[in-house]
Design a protein around this ligand. Structure first.
Ligand code: ZN
Length: 609
């Protein structure tokens, strides 16, 4: 194979100033003109992040000297009048500790290709070479390298030369450099590596066993072998943080130290359950969205938004299976699963936005709405993750019902994998529905019209009843009650308490209303998000005092509220309203008959469910 026409040297040039230096070479063509673009977004995260904003010192040269770079727009340049090899040099500022951009200091370096690699237009389908160069800083002398970029030179975990088959592949291999911990396991014979960056005291043996179980369950789900030669989990461990981003054969994760199981800790904490759910989610994506892709992403245009109404299928279905497959893998019990499901319902039912925005619109407008949420978000939008996962579950149950459990959403996913994942043909906007109809053997259009294009709540309790599960809605025990548990439903005092209809946050000197909810007492009184309540009935407030007093203030109670809007002190009388029945919890129907129990067991994939 000939040497790649496009080659990059990546140098952790000045970790103290958070600067990477990139030296790009476009070799040996006859061309005297070359267009260069820089990505504005990263696949998997639907927001224009304008990565070019972090570039500085951009210049170009050939063997004769400087080459003019003509600007076309904010992330598009044209080099003209050069001969032979064109060299483009720039620095990239990297101080975003997230899975989506790049971070560099004297403790570690991390980057996504979308943050570092200029694209040579017209050459994107050829191979791209990368040389990763060690930092000169003596504090970084013992750094190693973790990436699934295909290696050409150097030792495992060392610096060296790498090569990606094309530009899209190049930007799908994040790179971590530093003094990370590392462990490995095999899932159905395929090597899996895990690198842990940041201080921790994790029970590696337990984590390794749990991850192996999840990876094998998901490979079995789609059909072996998994389409991988290797896989890498890159975990950044921090005091506070959460997030993940999927790639074809790796994932970048950020997690709280406290969410990982410490050595000697045996129980399944809520945090660890969430972390395993995140791993399960990103791993599921290696099929669903990294290979089964919407047609709108085939190929990616990273200079502008790519709209699809299908994010509910790629994120919602993945969110449905991330927890369900933990049950099937034996990582969590059915009770855990029902609790997570209840929390999911609660998150969706807490926002009236679900009655205004459909899943199709939520998907399409992710760029301007879901990813750019403001104080009105709960009233205006619905999450294609959270509602998407509930609708995915409803679709699963509808198919099981229509086929008397002979088929399910599992079969839809396997069909999508064979017809779109393995072939690389993008899923058209009606593709999921078409395959679901074929698998179900009935026309599910009315379901999709209501669930995907409509905004009404589906009759979930009736659907669950067919599978021996009861869904209940109750009032929140207190502001911030995540749901999922039965709660204090028999506490008469609680049942009688009033609600403000706003989300609250402690601020110096008072309590800020971060979100004012539609049809709540706060909105009716004219309180707005951003207002800071300093006193209620003449007494100074905190979130804790409000929670305490709401237990004794019943609906209809009138409360004098003193609050600041900007720097002006205002007074209103707040009339408390009854809390909404927006907190969900589920339980197994103990009285379900044999047939119903069998349906439930087949769905959950767990005996004695
Ligand atoms: Zn996802």
């Amino acid at each position: 194979m000939s040497a790649p026409a496009v080659h990059y040297r990546v140098i952790p040039h000045n970790p103290g100033a958070h600067l990477w230096r990139v030296e790009m070479e476009i070799r040996g063509g006859d061309s005297t003109t070359q267009a260069l673009t820089f990505p504005a977004w990263i696949p998997g995260s639907y927001l224009m992040r304008e990565f070019a904003k972090n570039l500085s010192g951009l210049r170009a040269e050939d063997d004769q000297g400087a080459v003019q770079l003509e600007r076309v727009n904010r992330n598009h340049w044209i080099a003209r009048g050069f001969k032979g090899t064109l060299r483009v040099v720039y620095e990239v500022y990297a101080w975003d500790l997230s899975v989506r951009t790049s971070h560099l200091d004297q403790t570690h370096g991390y980057f996504n290709g979308t943050a570092l690699f200029m694209r040579a237009e017209g050459l994107e389908n050829g191979s791209h070479g990368v040389e990763l160069v060690p930092p000169e800083d003596s504090l970084c002398a013992d750094w190693r390298v973790a990436t699934t970029l295909p290696r050409k030179t150097g030792n495992d975990w060392g610096y060296g030369r790498f090569e990606a088959s094309d530009y899209d592949a190049l930007i799908d291999y994040p790179v971590e450099m530093g003094t990370f911990d590392h462990f490995s396991f095999e899932a159905h014979g395929i090597p899996h590596d895990v690198v842990l960056t940041g201080q921790h005291d994790t029970d590696i043996e337990r984590l390794s066993k749990d991850l192996k179980q999840i990876c094998e369950t998901e490979a079995d789900f789609f059909g072996r072998p998994a389409p991988l030669e290797r896989y890498l989990f890159m975990v950044m461990i921090v005091g506070k943080g959460y997030g993940g981003l999927e790639h074809r054969d790796s994932t970048s994760l950020i997690t709280c130290r406290a969410d990982l199981p410490a050595k000697g800790e045996l129980k399944m904490s809520d945090g660890y359950r969430n972390f395993l759910g995140l791993c399960s989610h990103e791993y599921f994506h290696l099929w669903n969205v990294k290979r089964i892709k919407p047609a709108a992403f085939t190929p990616f245009d990273l200079t502008q938004e790519a709209h699809t109404t299908l994010l509910w299928a790629f994120e919602g279905i993945t969110s449905y299976y991330d927890d369900l497959l933990l049950v099937r893998a034996g990582s969590i019990g059915v009770d855990d699963y029902l609790e997570l499901l209840g929390q999911n319902f609660t998150r969706v039912y807490r926002g009236k936005g679900r009655l205004k925005q459909s899943l199709a619109d939520s998907s399409y407008d992710a760029w301007t709405k879901f990813y750019r949420q403001d104080e009105n978000a709960p009233n205006a939008i619905v999450s294609y993750y959270k509602k998407g996962s509930i609708v995915a579950m409803a679709l699963d149950l509808e198919i099981r019902k229509a086929t008397e459990n002979a088929a399910s959403l599992d079969d839809v996913m396997r069909r999508l994998w064979v017809e779109h994942g393995q072939t690389g043909i993008g899923v058209p906007e009606d593709g999921v529905e078409r395959i679901a109809n074929e698998v179900a053997g009935v026309d599910l259009s009315p379901f999709f019209d209501e669930a995907i294009r409509g905004t009404k709540d589906l009759d979930y309790p009736a659907l669950f009843a067919h599978f021996g599960v009861k869904l209940h809605f109750r009032r929140a025990d207190a502001p911030g009650d995540p749901g999922g548990k039965k709660g204090k439903v028999h506490d008469i005092q609680l049942q009688a308490r009033g609600a403000i209809g706003a989300r609250l946050k402690d601020r110096p000197g008072g309590v800020e209303l971060t979100h004012v909810l539609d049809d709540g007492a706060a909105q009716a009184t004219g309180l707005s998000s951003g207002d800071v309540i300093v006193a209620m009935n003449g007494l100074k407030t905190t979130v804790a005092t409000i929670k305490r007093r709401l237990k004794i203030w019943s609906p209809g109670t009138e409360i004098d509220v003193h609050f600041f809007r900007r720097d002006e002190l205002l007074t209103r009388t707040l009339v408390l309203r009854p809390p909404a029945l927006d907190t969900a919890w589920l339980e197994l129907d103990e009285d379900a008959d044999e047939e119903t129990r069998a349906r439930r067991e087949a769905w959950l994939g767990a005996p004695n469910a």
